[in-house]
Structures are given as C-alpha cells and as structure tokens.
Design a protein around this ligand. Structure first.
Ligand SMILES: NC(=O)c1ccc[n+]([C@@H]2O[C@H](COP(=O)([O-])OP(=O)(O)OC[C@H]3O[C@@H](n4cnc5c(N)ncnc54)[C@H](OP(=O)(O)O)[C@@H]3O)[C@@H](O)[C@H]2O)c1
Length: 263
C-alpha cells in the first residue's frame, strides 16, 4: 500500500500522475498544488471520482516558498499518522507501514523567459527558477526527512529534462533555447547526485534511491501542443521506470522509456 507525494499535481504531467496512480485504491496519494485557493478543479474532480476518493489528498505546497514546504511537511505528518497501517506487504517487496512516504515525484517546475539565451538572462527569472526547480525539491526531501516520514526504501524522482543534459547541450540537441530553465535543470541533476549519497549516509535511509527523469517532449502547457508525447504515454512509461528501480539505480538519469540519458 504505497504512499506517493507529487508536486505540481493540478495540471500537465503532474495531473496525469494522479490520474494513473488513483486508479489503484491501494495507493495513498498526496497531490500537492501551489495554492489550494487557486483553481484546481480538474484535480478535485479526479480526486472525488472513482474508487480513488479517500486515497487522494490535496495539499498546498508552493515549491518556491520554504515556509510553504515546511508547512506541508507538518501537514503530511499529521495526515499520515491519522491513516491506519496496512498489515500486508506492498507490491514492491518492501514493507510500507502506511505512515511513511514510498515515492516522491518532484514534478513542479517553471520555464520563465524561454526565448532568452545565456546572453540575455533575466536575473529575477533565473533566481526564481533555481528557487522553484532546485531548492524546492531539495527542501521537500529535507523537511519530510526531518519529519521522519520517508520510508527506508524511498524512491525520489526529480523531474529534469533533456535540456538539463550537459552532453546533449554540447551536441547541440535542442539548440540553445531556454537557457535559464536548462541551467536550473542541470543544477537539479547535480542536486540529485548529492541526494543519492546523502539520503543513505546522513539520512540513514539505506535503501533510498534517487533518480533524475526526462519525461520526453510532452503535450502540456509547458511542452506545447506540438509536442510528440501525450501525458498518458509519458507518465505510463515513467511509472514503469519508477516501479522497476533497483538499489543500484541510485543516482541514475533515466528517460521515460527506461533508457539512460547522458549527463
Ligand atoms: N512538457 C514537457 O515537454 C517537458 C519536457 C521536459 C521536462 N518537463 C518537466 O516535467 C515537469 C512537469 O511539466 P509540465 O509539462 O506538466 O508543466 P506545466 O504544464 O507547466 O505544469 C507545471 C506544474 O508545476 C506547478 N508549479 C509551478 N511552479 C510551482 C510552484 N512554485 N509551486 C508549486 N507548483 C508549481 C504548476 O502549478 P500552477 O498551475 O499553480 O502554475 C503546474 O502544476 C516539469 O518539471 C518540467 O520541467 C516537461
């Protein structure tokens, strides 16, 4: 009976994660939105329909705000401790006591001033991107660890991009657009490598696995309608990769189909 935390769950790829995961009533899902007072009707109707009803919990977490992430971690603690402990083993060969988080999908991100090259970086946009796309995922993991909410075998998936790959940039794939965004995703990649070691050593979670994911080019507000993949296709592939992760995959950079992406 695994427990999932997914940021940016009100639209795009994040919403599709909730749609697919909510089809199993065994899943407990913490669907995080930037603000519960902002429109998240698609997520709400998903959460209130089908068998998923009591398993999808919509909570606030603005990944650009330390206080919001901290408040979320505290809310998650009271929520998870109020949920009953299942007695059976999860489908994953490790036990989840229903109060710990088995999967974190750091999905929320922004791509500000995508037309700007590295010669035109807007300082505020770059700083906001780093805050949202890098510091947010780092602090989410840190604060949930502090609340002792992470399972011994937690899987952390940090959503990156092919634009975060140094090698692909060297090879000129994707041109040189979205400079600020790609800088933030490359930083997220490095954060993930640090986390992969630190969660096991300092965090004491010996079976933790942290990976970076490239979801492909997906038809969302960010990807645009000309993108090649539907959210359904991308997320189905990503979940297969996530659920198949082994201990030795810690610190890997994966594509949505399971292949390795060059750093
Ligand atoms: N689509 C693609 O082709 C593509 C390609 C490579 C990588 N990715 C990555 O995949 C992930 C999802 O992308 P997407 O295409 O689904 O993007 P999207 O359609 O723009 O959705 C972004 C989501 O992130 C949330 N978000 C942004 N800033 C936030 C904040 N400060 N606090 C909380 N939530 C925040 C948004 O919430 P609001 O509605 O409140 O703004 C929204 O739910 C991102 O990490 C993106 O970089 C996407």
């Amino acid at each position: 009976m695994p427990t999932y935390v997914i940021t940016g769950a009100n639209r795009g790829i994040g919403l599709e994660f909730i749609r697919q995961l909510s089809q199993s009533p065994d899943n407990t899902i913490l669907a995080l939105v930037r603000s519960t007072s902002k429109d998240h009707s698609a997520l709400k109707s998903l959460a209130s329909s089908s068998s998923s009803n009591s398993h999808v919990h919509i909570l606030e977490c603005d990944t650009s705000s330390l206080s919001s992430i901290r408040d979320f971690a505290k809310s998650a603690r009271s929520l998870l401790s109020s949920l009953s402990s299942p007695s059976s083993l999860s489908s994953l060969s490790f036990e989840s006591d229903g109060k710990k988080i088995d999967y974190i999908i750091n999905n929320a991100a922004i791509n500000l001033s995508p037309q700007n090259s590295s010669l035109q970086l807007a300082p505020d946009d770059l700083l906001t991107s780093i805050k949202t796309n890098v510091l947010g995922p780092a602090k989410l993991v840190e604060f949930l660890l502090q609340q002792e909410l992470l399972s011994e075998n937690v899987r952390v998936q940090n959503m990156s991009s092919g634009l975060g790959s140094l090698q692909r940039t060297v090879e000129g794939e994707g041109g040189r657009q979205c400079a600020g965004y790609s800088i933030s995703k490359a930083a997220l990649n490095m954060l993930s490598l640090h986390l992969a070691g630190d969660l096991r050593r300092e965090g004491g979670l010996k079976g933790a696995v942290v990976v970076v994911m490239d979801p492909g080019w997906v038809r969302t507000d960010m990807g645009g309608q000309g993108a090649v993949l539907s959210p359904e296709e991308s997320v189905r592939g990503q979940l297969k990769v996530l659920h198949g992760l082994e201990r030795e995959d810690n610190g890997g950079f994966f594509g949505w189909e399971g292949g390795r992406v060059p750093w």
